[in-house]
Design a protein around this ligand. Sequence first.
Ligand code: GLU
Length: 301
Amino acid sequence: MSDPAPTQKLVTRFAPSPTGLLHLGHAYSALFAGRLAHAAEGRFILRIEDIDPGRCRPEFEDAIIEDMAWLGLEWTQPVWRQSERMDEYAAALETLKAMDLLYPCFCTRKDIAAEISQAGAAPHLAHDGPDGPVYPGICKSLDAATRVSRIADGEPHALRLDMDAAIARAGTLTWHDRSRGEQTAEPEIFGDVVLARKDVATSYHLAVTVDDAAQGITLVTRGTDLFAATHIHRLLQALLDLDVPEWHHTPLLTNSDGERLAKRDRAFTLRAMREAGTDPDEIWAMAIRQIARGAASANEL
Ligand code: GLU
């Protein structure tokens, strides 16, 4: 008799950016992922997403570790920091470059805004995607010689994905969300996304996709605000030939004004709650109540 097929071990992660103190919404995400892994005897990974040197601070990274330990979570060591993985992101960019799917973009925000306002007469060139205005393609048509000479002159440039070419190569893609079911990827809604920024030679989309695969994540759990980003991540997985996890996008916590919790909601930070004597075992129930309250008030509107 042959052995039963090996079952895949559940590997989840919590991937905060150290740009502020964690709040109740982060605690919910971390506990959600950590408890799932624990119940399935899988692994729970903490990853520090610190690619943005202007916004990330070591003291916030220390606070993340402190808060997660206070919540009673345990995670696999060592903890990866994205700022230490730039070589891996460069390698992924090289792969996409070799497929002729990237182009340099020299535009400033101002250039893009000007082009979009001029495109009033051609509205198909000016529409919004999930991350704001879709790039109107200014640098896509630059010829190779111009690209080379502008780069040689040291002009700062980002790298954009040629979305039409990428989709043509990858074909139709699907992904599975545990809360919403089977999804068909629609990366075209983003247009030619930036995969390497002018100031940092990667982007959220590229770094998160490369790392989720490198860390063997089988279930990506995160807030529903990142649901649309999954269309791009699924495309990048196909292009880079990476394993495809499942996703579970969880509800966002809101404050009493019905707005998504943010850094300014000081009373909801875990540090403030700890200082106020909150029992960490109460945090999960508090988060669930907050979600229920938000859902109820949204229905009342
Ligand atoms: N680093 C992202 C954040 O803090 C989360 C990324 C993810 O879970 O995919 O919002």
